[in-house]
Ligand binder design. Structure first.
Ligand SMILES: CC(C)(COP(=O)(O)OP(=O)(O)OC[C@H]1O[C@@H](n2cnc3c(N)ncnc32)[C@H](O)[C@@H]1OP(=O)(O)O)[C@@H](O)C(=O)NCCC(=O)NCCS
Length: 163
């Protein structure tokens, strides 16, 4: 499966009428992604909570955009960016991470974004979540992820495998 071709399409959410569009992130998203990544709640829910300097962000994004094993997708509703999903592709699974734009949180977007994005990936998917992040756990559970074990570093691992 060519993930980088599949990501170009727009996907319709399967279980509600909410249409989530996914498009590949580009350098034009640099400032948007910088803002979302440095939002205090995003930092609090990240393994490394330190603020991210601009130069480090640009270097990270440049590398990720060129990496065939990274799928970085902007989620949109009606053409407006509402969040970002990243898949880190491993040989036998993918690791997903999600950030909803601060101004769009609490609107029920997380689950349909996860569901829509996961349809693009045909291998088992893993999410790693800090235990205090109940909203994220609820969203991944709602999207069909199963609760797994805690890692040595205290992260909750959740699993999804398309039937
Ligand atoms: C975590 C995050 C992606 C969730 O997105 P959101 O838009 O805020 O969440 P939603 O409105 O879609 O709600 C998600 C679920 O959490 C539930 N929820 C909302 N507030 C909650 C709370 N305080 N405690 C528990 N569950 C809560 C909602 O009911 C919903 O569950 P449902 O789908 O079963 O109804 C978003 O808050 C975010 O980007 N946070 C910062 C980055 C982050 O934590 N990313 C995830 C790292 S694993």
């Amino acid at each position: 499966m060519d993930l980088h071709n599949h990501q170009r399409g727009s996907e319709q959410h399967r279980s509600t009428a909410l249409p989530i569009e996914l498009r590949p992130a580009t350098v034009a998203d640099s400032e948007r992604l910088f803002h979302w990544a440095n939002d205090p709640e995003t930092r609090r829910n990240s393994i490394n909570p330190d603020p991210i300097p601009w130069e480090k962000h640009v270097a990270w994004l440049t590398k990720r955009l060129a990496d065939p094993d990274t799928l970085l997708l902007i989620a949109q509703v009606g053409g407006e960016p509402i969040g970002v999903v990243r898949f880190d592709l491993q040989p036998d699974h993918a690791v997903i991470s999600l950030t909803v734009a601060p101004e769009h949180r609490g609107k029920g977007y997380a689950r349909p974004i996860i569901e829509t994005a996961c349809r693009l990936v045909s291998r088992p998917i893993v999410a790693q979540i800090l235990p205090h992040n109940q909203r994220s756990i609820a969203a991944f559970t709602g999207a069909g992820f199963q609760m797994g074990t805690k890692t040595a570093s205290g992260l909750i691992t959740m699993y999804y495998s398309a039937k």
